[in-house]
Design a protein around this ligand. Structure first.
Ligand code: PSV
Ligand code: MN
Length: 422
């Protein structure tokens, strides 16, 4: 895939005057100063959201998978897809690899390909939730928490190897998600499973380079349906605290029971300096992995409002963790990134001083007015301006369609290619 960057500039040129009119009228609607807008633009431009290497193909459920064609056949092609997204929107400058779905056999060459597309490597992810053909012990009954020390050791070594792959690529974090748990009451001793997990994670932590982070993801259920060893932010925070300064909790939006107040979890973790990263997606019922912002955009906005308390002083790993079952994965990812930027921009518009005062005064009505005034603002002209300044497309999705990128990929790769991943 060879995206002609000149086409982006040409398209922007023809849409520029309409954009400028919208941007100027947007600015005049709100009574903020020029330095305020420059600060917003600066902060929003810096927002880079990693694309997971397993989300570039069509997802599926346990009932079926309906690929749309042109899926990347190898890691180089996955990087190219992320490069296309980044050229279009300016916010997808990194890729997150899942090992062993995407093993970088020749790290130098892979780094070179990524460099050509302007892409760096975000957190690497280990996988002890599936058995691989060549592995000695099965993870059927767990990995880092397993009752058998030999299984735990195998899982520890896998994670250490994932760190080594990541080191060769320039990654600086490993995300550990465990499917370990139990399907039935009585099946697992909660305490022993947790203690084994902590001891295993300590061994992995010992393998981390000084400037690396370990991100501990939690999830209440699935694939285990009675209990999960790292089931919630409490267990994740407990582990991260016991492990040390390089360990953090990772919040995946889909990993909460219905109606959980995720923004409050974000606030607590940030307060403790233990929020390390995010997996963005959206859901109606469970871990549905739907397009970010497609179901609960207000929740996303409230999360960003909390994140603003620490976004300038703490660093977070942002990633999309969604599954594209009925949409073109690249279009879906463009929509997800857009939703994240919209929520972030809306949160920036909240008059936080006024909100603080209204909270102090217990003026409940005004608290709601202040935040909803920002949430109800159409911030798209601001985001187009951010993209324009980054040399990206004013309208990424329509340009993607206009350039017929999916059809080009199908012509190059074939209609029946299957990307690795879930
Ligand atoms: C598990 O549901 C998860 O959210 C973890 O982050 C995995 O690494 C990813 O999805 C892909 O299975
Ligand atoms: Mn996740």
């Amino acid at each position: 895939m060879n995206l002609n960057l000149q086409r982006i500039a040409e398209e922007n040129e023809s849409a520029l005057s309409a954009h400028q009119a919208r941007w100027n009228s947007f600015r005049s609607l709100k009574s903020y100063s020029d330095p305020f807008w420059e600060k917003c633009i600066h902060q929003l431009s810096a927002m880079q959201i990693a694309i997971p290497s397993w989300a570039l193909g069509t997802g599926g459920t346990r009932f079926g998978r309906f690929p749309g064609g042109g899926e990347p056949r190898n890691l180089e092609e996955k990087i190219a897809d992320v490069g296309v997204l980044h050229a279009l929107n300016g916010h997808c400058g990194s890729i997150s690899l899942h090992i062993p779905w995407d093993i970088p056999d020749n790290a130098n060459q892979i780094r070179q390909v990524a460099k050509e597309w302007g892409i760096v490597f975000d957190a690497v992810n280990s996988n002890t939730f599936q058995d691989q053909a060549d592995q000695e012990h099965s993870y059927k009954f767990g990995s880092l928490s397993h009752t058998d020390a030999a299984v735990r050791q195998q899982a520890v070594e896998h994670n250490q190897q994932v760190i080594d792959y990541g080191k060769a690529l320039g990654s600086e974090a490993i995300t550990v998600w465990l499917s370990d748990g139990a399907n039935f009451p009585g099946q697992q001793n909660f305490r022993r499973a947790f203690e084994h997990t902590l001891a295993s994670l300590q061994e992995i932590y010992g393998h981390l380079p000084d400037d690396w982070r370990m991100l501990v993801e939690y999830k209440p259920y699935e694939p285990n349906f009675y209990s999960t060893v790292i089931q919630d932010w409490g267990s994740s925070l407990l582990l991260a605290s016991k492990l040390g300064a390089k360990a953090f909790s990772l919040v995946d939006l889909g990993h909460h029971l219905p109606n959980t107040n995720i923004e409050q979890i974000v606030s607590r973790l940030m307060m403790e300096g233990k929020l390390g990263g995010f997996h963005f997606n959206d859901s109606k019922y469970g871990d549905d992995d739907l397009t970010v912002g497609s179901i609960k955009p207000y929740q996303l906005f409230l999360i960003f409002l909390e994140l603003l308390e620490g976004i300038e002083t703490q660093s977070f790993a942002w990633m999309i963790d969604a599954s594209h079952n009925v949409k073109d994965p690249l279009e879906d990812l463009l929509q997800s990134v857009d939703a994240i930027l919209i929520a972030h921009a809306q949160a920036l518009l909240v008059d936080r001083e006024a909100l603080y005062q209204a909270q102090e005064d217990n003026d409940v009505v005004m608290c709601q007015e202040i935040i909803q005034d920002a949430f109800r603002t159409d911030v798209r002209p601001l985001l187009a301006e951010v993209r324009h300044r980054a040399g990206a497309a004013l309208a990424p999705l329509s340009l993607y369609r206009k350039l017929q990128i999916r059809q080009t990929l199908i012509n190059e790769r074939g209609a029946k290619t299957l990307a690795t991943g879930l």
